[in-house]
Design a protein around this ligand. Structure first.
Ligand code: ATP
Ligand code: MG
Length: 407
């Protein structure tokens, strides 16, 4: 839910076209739209829409027309490859009234990149096909700025041709790493920079609560009347956590402070974070106590162990064990898992989780620290995957609560 419906004042707005039939059909989930949205937010730019289209020129054209209408800047991702179905440069060129012309210097530079790749990875390529692909990638809309390739495909900044109106279009490659490397160069182009300097700072702050129904928060926000004017507040329920994200201009900082204070007053320590994730807080609490941790899970697929051990070593989490056994519910197993895994890794604290992980059946979670032993039984209803995610969230919160109480 988002309050209020109004948009942020003085907004510079960008629209994003993500191209790729693999993204449209869900075989690949879009990483470029969300990444670009956060980069733009950091530059003060509000993203109005992200449109996903397949590799079809007509759909790309209509997405461009749709976004150009109500945005100050349009960004595309994908469709810059050497093959005939990679059409973005051509479609964007047409759209901006700039037909493609061969950039001979660029053709040589791409040729050199391709030669280096072939030399490095070996193999034989048909020289005629390679040359055709290279030439295709060196065809750029007349008058566009070229962004040097970070893979083999160059990006582009394509302003509307003289006599036309409409926002410039930034054209970026599809592979996320290539797109991310090219982004700083794209925003430094004078045509883009001129738009971005008009964007005032757009701040974002995330509060996280645990064990609070969304309706209680909604009631509190309603009672507050106009105290939070100037904030765009989005609440989102995830894995039992309630995430409250506000976006606002600098002048609304006092309203954001009122929101944080109001939530703390109404919900006390159910507000567990002003920024960091629960996983980060667990690691921070271990570090604050000067303790190491080991984890063991039986019957739940290892979600929690993976979360705890995903931090860069050396960290306070020494290791974990995942057992595919399905234990029946009993009070002794989870504490025994915790104690044994502590001994195995020589850790100061242990987490043990045990249960069949089935719809509604009890799961034991035990946390052992130098301060004592805290075990409890939880039960979560739903499909197995849902049960595993929710048990993992419950275990992480039980860990954090135990570790911060001991501190
Ligand atoms: P090139 O063929 O030179 O890489 P391209 O810009 O069209 O040109 P694609 O061929 O469409 O890129 O995609 C290359 C790789 O990048 C594929 O693995 C694709 O799944 C991935 N990719 C493309 N777009 C996205 C996206 N929005 N999110 C995540 N991955 C993407
Ligand atoms: Mg593509």
């Amino acid at each position: 839910v988002t309050w209020p419906r109004s948009v942020l004042p003085m907004a510079v707005r960008a629209g994003i076209v993500v191209t790729g039939t693999e993204v449209l059909t869900g075989r690949v989930s879009d990483r470029n739209g969300p990444w670009l949205a956060e980069q733009l937010r950091q530059l003060g730019v509000d993203v109005g829409q992200i449109v996903v289209v397949g590799d079809r020129p007509d759909d790309m054209r209509s997405a461009l027309a749709h976004l150009a209408h109500s945005h100050d800047l349009v960004i595309t991702s994908g469709g810059l490859g050497p093959t005939a179905d990679d059409l973005t440069a051509e479609v964007v060129g047409q759209f901006q009234g700039r037909p493609l012309v061969l950039d001979q210097q660029l053709e040589k530079r791409i040729g050199a990149i391709v030669d280096r790749l072939v030399a490095r990875f070996g193999g034989t390529l048909d020289p005629a096909a390679t040359a055709a692909g290279t030439r295709k990638q060196a065809m750029v809309p007349a008058g566009a700025s070229v962004l040097e390739p970070t893979g083999t495909a160059p990006g582009l900044v394509v302003p509307a041709a003289d006599g036309r109106t409409g926002p410039p279009v930034i054209v970026l490659p599809g592979p996320p790493r290539e797109l991310q490397q090219m982004w700083p160069v794209a925003v430094a182009q004078p045509v883009v920079h001129a738009i971005l300097v008009a964007a005032p700072e757009l701040r974002q702050r995330t509060l996280r609560m645990w064990g609070v129904p969304e309706s209680e928060l909604a009631a509190m926000l309603r009672r507050a009347g106009d105290a939070f004017d100037g904030l765009e507040i989005t609440t989102c329920l995830r894995d039992g956590e309630l995430e409250i994200v506000s976006r606002y201009r600098v002048q609304a900082e006092p309203a954001q402070q009122r929101l944080a204070d109001g939530i703390r007053q109404s919900f006390g320590d159910r507000l567990f974070s002003d920024g960091p994730t629960i996983d980060e807080l667990v690691v921070a609490a271990l570090v604050a106590n000067g303790w190491t941790l080991a984890a063991a899970e039986a019957g739940l697929g290892g979600r929690t162990t993976a979360r705890l051990t995903s931090y860069q070593a050396p960290g306070p989490v020494l290791g974990g064990l995942v057992v595919a056994r399905r234990d029946p519910a009993d009070d002794a197993t989870a504490p025994a898992l915790a104690r044994n895994v502590m001994a195995l890794f020589g850790a100061d604290a242990g987490l043990g989780i045990s249960g069949p992980g089935q719809d509604g059946e009890p799961v034991q979670i035990a946390v052992i620290t130098p301060g004592g032993e805290h075990a409890r039984s939880v039960s979560v209803s739903g499909p197995a995957q849902f049960v595993r995610e929710r048990v993992s969230a419950l275990a992480m919160h039980q860990l954090r609560e135990t570790l911060t109480a001991a501190h």
